[in-house]
Design a protein around this ligand. Structure first.
Ligand SMILES: [Zn+2]
Length: 570
């Protein structure tokens, strides 16, 4: 028997508390950090010694906003997150998930998820276990699954509403007092079983409502009343535990923020508001949110901002894309089979409305201005000449309105033309402001969602490589605090998020100068013959979960040391 299972030697340790880095050794035993030494540990005292000379040793990252609820059933490492140093993550965001779901409603909920979070239906149909019905049974199933990361889950309130009221009823009316009491009871049961709180998406039915049901209608949570939401907040006040994640953006942002603060006041719990992001075109947007959070916190209302910190470009085709769903005509032409979509794109009246929308200069909230969309990759050789053009350039080159130019091109290619929507949230000074607030958490990975057009699960790597090393927006110590300690504290990951003796050894060891994301590529690794876009990471030498290595130099070890953390602990 050795004193330690592993010693990580001579690393530069950044412990996640914002303390200054120091050179030292870590001794790991039985999944925990057993010793931290500046003077060095005896290498003979360990079964394995990892040389970390010249490398950073830091706490594994905590990813609060994911939708791996389906993917974790076929991918224990929840990639991209697992590749990018994430060691703990939260499932069940935005009010969406798979429990409780009556067996006869399984296909319907998977259909919803195939659009609202754009997870391929055939992957869910093939890859999901469905060995649960209730939320506590879902947690039991999660506990049994092999996991390469630690997980915790919100009670997503969408399935709770559907369970009690039925899908159609829940979309069109408020619950009766009896139904409301039953929904609160189910949230309580979920909390009893170990959930970290509850989550909701409230995007209404207007142009900010970009994540919708498979038929284009709003999700049940989008239509829920403030009163229902506040009743759920009371559940957390009564228990004195848990937190709330809310995705909200409607036409009247002022009213929205008042309501979100009210949720914090009523629940007494931390409320994680989604999202703050730099908007290069409208700098006031993020400033206003940062000021709001600061003011709310000063009043004792625990409001936090979840940021989309990484460049939010999309690489998509109109066969899959759904993030223009807030605009009626764009939603219409991206619903249905390929043939139906093409037919709708030919409709003269609708084209006129799409041209008007373009000319009006309205800016879809996820993609930025449509005129900046770029033709990235064509299918037919004769269309090669259009590659690299923005829609404005395409219209000019083809001698017609840019919308007609776009639609004619993609119809000609059966909607397989690859379109790129450029980043518009990368202004360094705006990002510096956003992260100068004590109450901003980096993210959003949206891991497991929008898998055919989004790869923002790389945010942890970019936060260090881009924001710290390239742009010097914050110190590395501050970055590690934000990537691990702050989200762990917020979400109830007890004992995680920092490196300290007696705490679980969730550790990343990486080369600071080398760390970067690889270019986007297509991976054919989803069940049901499906594919997704991915970006991997270079520079992580060792990623450890509960003291066991999951990745070495980017190669998966096949070990699954991750745990379900009920109430934040194993
Ligand atoms: Zn989400």
């Amino acid at each position: 028997m050795t004193q330690f299972d592993t010693i990580i030697r001579n690393g530069t340790i950044i412990d996640g508390t914002r303390s200054a880095r120091f050179k030292g050794d870590l001794g790991i035993k039985d999944g925990l950090v057993a010793a931290i030494s500046k003077d060095g540990l005896d290498p003979a005292a360990a079964a394995e010694v990892i040389d970390a000379d010249g490398l950073i040793v830091a706490p594994g990252f905590v990813d609060l906003h994911t939708h791996y609820d389906a993917q974790i059933q076929w991918d224990p490492y929840c990639t991209l997150s697992g590749w990018h140093g994430v060691t703990s993550l939260v499932l069940g965001n935005c009010g969406f998930g798979f429990a409780p779901v009556a067996p006869e409603n399984r296909d319907r909920v998977m259909l919803s998820m195939s659009r609202v979070e754009a997870i391929p239906f055939d992957s869910m149909k093939t890859g999901m276990l469905w060995d649960w019905v209730t939320f506590p049974e879902w947690l039991d199933s999660l506990q049994r699954m092999p996991k390469g990361v630690n997980v915790i889950s919100y009670v997503p309130v969408g399935p709770v509403m559907i369970w009690v009221m039925g899908l159609e009823e829940a979309k069109r009316r408020d619950p009766t007092p009896e139904e409301l009491a039953e929904m609160c009871r189910l949230i309580e049961l979920g909390m009893d079983a170990g959930a970290c709180g509850w989550s909701v998406q409230k995007l209404g039915d207007g142009f900010t409502s970009v994540q919708r049901d498979y038929d284009g209608t709003p999700m049940v949570t989008d239509m829920m009343s403030n009163d229902t939401c506040l009743a759920f907040a009371e559940v957390l006040r009564k228990r004195g535990e848990g937190h709330i994640q809310i995705t909200q953006a409607r036409e009247d942002i002022y009213e929205d923020l008042q309501f979100v603060e009210k949720l914090a006041e009523v629940s007494g719990a931390p409320v994680l508001f989604n999202v703050v992001t730099a908007n290069n075109y409208h700098p006031r947007q993020s400033r206003r949110l940062v000021q709001w959070a600061e003011k709310a916190q000063a009043k004792g209302n625990k409001v936090y901002l979840q940021a989309v910190s990484v460049g939010n470009d999309n690489t998509m085709t109109f066969a899959d894309f759904n993030l223009l769903d807030g605009q009626d005509d764009w939603r219409e032409v991206t619903l249905g089979t390929i043939e139906e979509r093409k037919a709708k794109m030919q409709d003269a009246d609708r084209r006129q409305r799409l041209r008007d929308d373009y000319d009006h200069g309205r800016m879809p909230i996820v993609t930025g201005p449509i005129k900046h969309f770029v033709v990235k990759e064509v299918v037919k050789p004769e269309n090669k000449q259009w590659e690299g053009m923005t829609l404005a350039e395409l219209g000019e080159a083809r001698g017609c309105h840019p919308i007609d130019a776009l639609l004619d091109l993609i119809i000609d290619e059966d909607l397989q033309t690859v379109i790129f929507t450029p980043v518009f949230n990368d202004d360094p000074e705006l990002n510096r402001e956003i992260f100068s607030s004590e109450y901003t958490v980096p993210g959003v990975s949206d891991g497991g969602a929008h898998t055919k057009f989004v790869t923002i699960g790389r945010y942890t790597t970019e936060f260090i490589a881009d924001f710290v090393r390239e742009k010097e927006l914050l110190t590395l110590e501050e970055a590690h605090y934000r990537l691990s300690c702050l989200p762990a504290k917020m979400s109830g990951f007890i004992d995680r998020g920092t490196i300290a003796e007696g705490r679980p050894a969730d550790i990343v060891v990486y080369d600071y100068d080398e760390l970067h994301s690889t270019p986007q590529e297509i991976a054919h690794d989803f069940p049901g013959g499906e594919w997704r876009r991915v970006q991997k990471a270079v520079g992580y030498r060792h990623i450890m979960v509960n003291g066991v290595e999951t990745f070495r130099d980017g190669d998966c070890t096949g070990k699954t040391p991750g745990k379900l953390l009920r109430h934040g602990h194993a």
